[in-house]
Design a protein around this ligand. Structure first.
Ligand SMILES: Nc1ncnc2c1ncn2[C@@H]1O[C@H](COP(=O)(O)OP(=O)(O)OP(=O)(O)O)[C@@H](O)[C@H]1O
Length: 248
């Protein structure tokens, strides 16, 4: 379970202060897919970077299975799989070596590590890629290796930043199926998006963020009822009071 409590974060330069998070709070529960939906600049990535321990909030805190992400970033990351917005594979390494590298970063060694790598390779059905160098991998193959390296340490929680950006239809379907399977096993999945269809298709609960604050939350159905609309897109526009920076 992931909890975000009253997060505040501003970025300051000489001329200007940008408030990225302005007291954001929400929960993402086990056994559910939670989507953070918000227009461009709403604060989604800033929130996720705080969860990874890459950014320190000015106020408030985030916990991963009860572990404070800024006080104990290594402990929190052990419980977290991170699917970044760009697939940064090392072209000269094989898929197996990439996954092995991430397993080692999580402190895995010996037979436990070997078994974990083989399990995730089988899970994602990438046996034929395992001993190929990643230079030349297709977008879908890169996505699967990225998933494997994010999940090799069997985290309870999985966070994805705009996961289907740049993916073709087939890769998007593979990723969605995988997220649904992961959810059915009782894991907590949190992803950010400004793509309405994706959120409507995948999410059990939606956190709508605008200007760094929680604008509304609930199931897609509850959000439609709250706004008095039948389509999530219309409900979203009504709830944030603007249609800027939203993709259908
Ligand atoms: N490192 C930074 N320095 C200065 N301003 C920043 C920095 N990171 C984020 N911001 C600002 O904070 C606000 C929130 O940005 P953030 O990237 O979290 O939004 P987002 O919801 O992820 O947007 P998008 O959907 O466009 O990716 C924006 O106004 C952005 O310009």
């Amino acid at each position: 379970m992931i909890e975000v409590n009253n997060l505040r974060k501003s970025f300051k330069n000489k001329k200007q202060t940008v408030v990225a998070l302005d007291g954001l709070s929400f929960q993402a529960r086990d056994g559910e897919i939670t989507g953070i939906l918000g227009p461009n600049g709403a604060g989604k990535t800033t929130c996720l970077r705080t969860l990874y321990g890459l950014l320190q909030a000015d106020e408030g805190y985030a916990t991963i299975d009860g572990i404070n992400a800024s006080e104990n970033p290594l402990g929190a990351r052990a419980k977290l799989g991170i699917f970044p917005d760009k697939f940064g594979l090392y072209e000269r390494l094989t898929a197996y070596e990439q996954i092995d590298y991430f397993a080692s970063l999580h402190g895995m060694t010996g037979n436990d590590k070997k078994q974990a790598i083989e399990r995730v390779i089988a899970d994602l059905d990438i046996q034929e890629l395992a001993h190929r160098k990643s230079a030349g991998f297709s977008q879908g193959q890169r996505m699967k290796v990225t998933l494997a390296q994010a999940l090799v340490h069997s985290p309870q929680n999985f966070v994805l930043d705009e996961p289907t950006r740049g993916l073709d239809v087939m890769s998007t379907r593979v990723l969605r199926n995988y997220l649904n399977k992961f959810k059915e096993k009782g894991h907590c999945i949190l992803f950010s998006s400004h793509v309405m269809q994706e959120v409507a298709a995948l999410c059990d609960r939606v956190i709508i963020v605008a200007d760094g604050k929680l604008a509304a939350q609930g199931t897609p159905q509850e959000l439609c009822e709250l706004a008095g609309e039948t389509q999530l897109e219309e409900a979203f526009v009504k709830l944030i009071g603007s249609d800027e920076g939203v993709a259908a």
